[in-house]
Write a protein that binds this ligand. Structure first.
Ligand code: HEM
Length: 424
């Protein structure tokens, strides 16, 4: 007989939960097992932790969980951005995801790579004129430029700047001005959609304008706007954080970075832009990227609404509660990853391959049918960025900083990460 909901271990989230999220959730997972609950968020919420829980939420029982309730309401993303891919459920989601998938396969990244490289080169070269930069701020400029130009076909310069300011106000501005910002953003995007309907292009915005379902219906302006908002926000916010952390780890781990540099030399030589195949071959760099994903996952927990009763680990969970599947709790678990607090990218290389030994243990991009749409985009972009910076610049950490990840719905380095920059 399964035990009732109230028998699920109850945890209290300490005051410093946002700064020690990984240690705290990994600790609860060790202490209580893969399910525990909290009253910290005002309504009953369970945490589901570990590879079995991840598989349950992402694959085997995924239709019992709603993204619309999770991302849409728990984190209010629907109010901020509309109902885009991240907040859709069921058949509607499946249909829209099928439409977008082709533009996000790894080989399709060939199309975006030249845009990525041009932006990276321009932005990074400009660091030399100032000599000291905040990696987090700089990564954000680059990843937003890339998403706006590559995904929405925005023109560099004035147009990109205008949208950058609006999205930044939407995410970090005053909560009371959101409706006003949304109205401005909607009318600008409606104008762009109208232009695309008249002159279809082959970027994703153009594709969304053209696509029809079996009955010949097109997407509405409102749906296209919501998709665009999510693509642009999800398409830069998380990549910014992971880029900054990866660079920080490499700068502070010179032995491993020497191996990354040797690989760069072997794969592309000194000063040319890498091809997509070369980026795919940067394995030593890829393991470091996975290690940054493991240690500082930009999304710490995936939110869901439970929409059908279920049993897990001998407990009953009723429809109506919120669930957070914990990405970071698996990443910091010593049974899955040896010495989990240590930077050790070789854990991903053969013969150890810790992530492959236990599927659903490394889940920084989620998993199952709703794995991050932009995983290839993000990995190619972050590797291209890191490769260019390492080959052309010498970075040194500005002394005396407190470098600290802090988590809300996503994570970021609280005070940024400042580096001195010189030409290599
Ligand atoms: C380091 C960078 C990134 C990380 C760590 C990341 C992480 C994630 C995670 C964990 C999810 C799944 C959430 C869940 O299960 O509830 C997700 C979904 C999603 N991501 Fe990413 N993401 C990144 C970059 C991107 C980029 C570059 C794009 C777009 C170009 C993107 C677009 C999306 C979309 C649209 C979804 C929803 C997919 C669906 O529900 O079908 N992400 N991402």
């Amino acid at each position: 007989m399964a035990r009732p909901f109230n028998a699920i271990p109850l945890v209290k989230l300490p005051a410093d939960y946002d700064r020690r999220t990984g240690a705290i959730l990994a600790g609860f997972y060790e202490q209580h097992g893969p399910i525990f609950r909290t009253e910290a968020f005002g309504s009953p919420t369970i945490f589901l932790a570990g590879p079995e829980a991840n598989r349950f939420v992402m694959t085997s029982n995924r239709l019992k969980f709603s993204h619309h309730v999770g991302w849409g309401r728990f984190f209010d993303t629907e109010f901020m951005f509309g109902n885009g891919l991240l907040t859709m459920d069921g058949d509607e989601h499946a249909q829209h995801r099928r439409m977008m998938n082709p533009a996000f396969t790894v080989n399709y990244m060939d199309r975006y790579l030249p845009i990525m490289m041009r932006i990276i080169r321009e932005r990074v070269d400009a660091w030399l004129t100032v000599g000291e930069v905040d990696l987090y701020d700089e990564a954000r400029k680059i990843t937003f430029d890339v998403a706006a130009e590559a995904l929405a076909g925005m023109a560099p310069g004035k147009e990109v700047e205008q949208f950058r300011d609006l999205y930044s106000a939407l995410m970090y501005g005053n909560w009371s001005s959101i409706t006003e910002i949304r109205t401005t953003l909607d009318s600008l995007l409606r104008k762009k959609i109208k232009e695309r309907r008249a002159n279809p292009t082959d970027d994703i915005l153009g594709m969304m304008v053209r696509v029809q379902d079996e009955a010949g219906h097109h997407l509405s302006d409102e749906q296209i706007i919501a998709h665009t908002n999510i693509l642009l926000v999800a398409g830069h916010e998380t990549s910014t954080s992971l880029s900054a952390w990866l660079l920080y780890l490499l700068v502070t781990q010179p032995d491993y970075t020497a191996r990354v540099m040797a690989e760069q030399q072997a794969v592309i030589g000194k000063h040319d832009d890498p091809t997509l195949d070369q980026i795919k071959n940067m394995k030593v760099l890829h393991y470091a990227l996975q290690e940054a994903e493991r240690l500082y996952p930009p999304v710490p927990n995936g939110p869901r609404g439970v929409v059908e009763d279920f049993e897990f680990e001998g407990y009953q969970v009723p429809a109506g509660v919120f669930a957070l599947y914990s990405i970071i709790a698996s990443h910091r678990n010593p049974r899955l990853f040896a010495e989990p607090d240590r930077f050790d990218p070789d854990r991903f290389a053969p013969p150890r391959e810790e992530d492959k030994k236990t599927p659903y243990s490394l889940v920084g991009f989620g998993g199952g049918p709703r794995i991050c749409l932009g995983i290839n985009f993000a990995q190619v972009e972050i590797k291209a960025l890191t490769s260019y910076i390492l080959r052309t610049m010498e970075l040194n950490l500005v002394p005396g900083q407190t470098i600290q990840q802090v988590y809300g719905a996503t994570g970021f380095p609280l005070n940024g990460i400042r580096m001195k920059v010189r030409r290599r």
